[in-house]
Design a protein around this ligand. Structure first.
Ligand code: HEM
Length: 495
């Protein structure tokens, strides 16, 4: 056989291929036999390469598959060469909680939180020091006192929702796509609280273009994250530069809305008042305010709307639970005016229904990864080396039979001490995360969800349309859910 000639194009191609094969075999060998995570179990291909994980992510199936992996490999699974998934209540504290030795909490993993580098960081992905400052500024807008002041704002949109639903019914349209109506309500509320002006979705019975962009970007963002995680970062940059992607349009619209809010020049009991004050003091730039206002809108609208849609679906497909909740709501209140942000706090079965909906259908179904700092840490009693991405996967832990009796049954009773569910480990479920970077909007979310659901149930009898019976089963799950239409037969209550 003639020796290979690097000058010959065919031979050069053969040499390049051979080198590539050696390179990839070398990486595979290292990842399986020499990598610091080599002793953690997981599927072979997933331990070798990030690509299988990225493929499952773009298919919208990763959160469900992670549960299959836990069932097969146990509470700690290696789901990428450099990534571990945990299904254990203790892992919530170890990964996301305050650390007892005074060390800073585990930082967020940039592989998810920083796929594009041309946007300033906001509260979600900023490093610890700036985060503490932002959180302090925002905390005021989320206090009990501020929430009382926000009640008329929130209440006005919930009343508008009921009015618009009644109008639809009176016009003969009794089967309504509740996904849209709930989305429109939470976006209008948060638009007002975050930007100082509503998106007018309820008024127009349509999506504001910005809201449509956001709801449509769920798949797009997952695809970009998957590309970045699989090592194709340059492709992500090219995709973003080529423009026409939701993320780009999104930023321009946020800046416009925030400018309008600042130009109002008045103090409002909304969520960005604290940030605007810091802008006036020269501590925060306009760009930083815009990024954080945008974050508030995304974090506070889609999540709440998703949970409410999930609750409506789960209740209408479990009519006995809906009946029980209906009794609670209608016996508690004698008139519409009695249903307020404060009074809905006393509905205990309502809270159980919302919690069970959060378990069955967590608005953030994936894992939110943190990066193990220098020196490594112990998580669930296991030593994890530095640099590893670690997370608890919400949908997976919420359906793990180690922590839940009949995890696929919608049973609000498990949250109110029913003996049948006495072995359930309620602390396994943390839909708002835990620790210093948990959800700042948790109380607002609960209050808003209770108010909206209570007013709907007070005013309407609901029945699911047969075409929507498989609504959750067919959904793709990315960092958020890709939700199809949710058609519900709405019948106004005669009073
Ligand atoms: C059912 C509704 C909601 C769910 C399930 C939810 C869930 C979460 C989760 C899991 C996190 C942690 C994110 C991470 O670790 O990266 C988070 C953070 C956050 N959420 Fe929520 N959220 C909800 C509603 C809201 C609302 C109504 C708002 C505000 C208007 C809000 C604002 C935020 C903000 C600003 C953060 C970042 C906090 C920080 O980093 O300090 N969320 N949320």
């Amino acid at each position: 056989m003639a020796p290979l000639q690097p000058g010959n194009p065919l031979d050069l191609a053969a040499i390049s291929c051979a080198l590539l094969v050696v390179y990839f075999v070398g990486i595979a060998f290292y990842n399986v036999f020499l990598h610091p995570l080599r002793s953690f179990p997981g599927p072979l291909l997933w331990r070798i390469s990030p690509i299988p994980r990225s493929i499952k992510l773009t298919q919208g199936k990763l959160p469900f598959y992670v549960l299959d992996l836990h069932n097969k490999y146990g509470p700690v699974v290696r789901i990428g060469p450099n990534e571990l998934a945990f299904s254990d209540p203790q892992a919530w504290k170890d990964i996301y909680g305050h650390r007892h030795n005074g060390e800073p909490e585990l930082p967020k993993y940039d592989g998810l939180y920083r796929i594009i580098d041309n946007v300033p960081r906001g509260i979600i992905n900023t490093p610890r020091d700036e985060h503490s400052m932002l959180r302090r500024q925002l905390a005021h807008g989320f206090s009990e006192r501020s929430m009382q002041a926000q009640e008329p704002i929130i209440g006005s949109y919930v009343d508008l929702l009921i009015q618009r639903l009644l109008e639809q019914c009176n016009a003969g349209l009794t089967t309504l796509n509740m996904r849209e109506w709930l989305n429109w309500t939470t976006f209008d509320v948060i638009g007002d609280l975050g930007f100082g002006s509503s998106f007018d979705c309820l008024e127009k019975s349509d999506y504001h273009p910005w809201v449509r962009i956001l709801t449509n970007s769920v798949r797009q963002s997952a695809f970009l994250v998957a590309l970045a995680n699989a090592g194709f970062q340059p492709l992500v940059r090219i995709a973003l530069r080529l423009g026409k992607l939701a993320i780009n349009d999104n930023q321009a619209l946020v800046r416009q809305k925030v400018s309008q809010r600042i130009e109002l020049g008045v103090e409002r009991p909304d969520l960005i008042e604290g940030l605007i004050k810091k802008n006036k003091e020269g501590v925060l730039s306009f760009k930083q305010i815009a990024v954080n206002a945008g974050t508030l809108i995304v974090a506070g609208s889609e999540t709440t709307a998703t949970l409410l849609s999930g609750a409506v679906f789960l209740l209408t497909t479990n009519p006995d639970k809906l009946e029980k909740l209906t009794k609670e709501v209608r016996s508690k209140f004698n008139s519409e005016d009695e249903i307020t942000l404060t009074s809905v706090g006393s509905l205990s079965y309502m809270l159980a229904c919302l919690n069970e909906s959060l378990r069955c259908y967590p608005p953030v179904p994936t894992g939110l990864p943190r990066q193990v700092p220098k020196g490594g840490v112990f998580i669930s009693g296991k030593f994890v080396p530095e640099g590893t991405a670690v997370a608890v996967w919400q949908w997976a832990i919420n359906h793990d039979t180690h922590f839940w009796t009949e995890p696929y049954t919608f049973a609000p009773e498990r949250f109110i001490g029913d003996a049948k569910f006495k072995t359930d480990q309620l602390e396994a479920m943390q839909p708002f995360s835990v620790g210093p970077r948990n959800c700042i909007g948790r109380n607002l979310a609960y209050a808003e969800m209770r108010l909206i659901l209570a007013k709907i149930i007070y005013n309407f009898d609901m029945k699911i349309d047969d075409g929507s019976r498989g609504w959750i089963d067919t959904q793709e799950a990315f960092t958020l859910w890709h939700k199809p239409a949710l058609n519900i037969y709405m019948k106004p209550v005669a009073r």
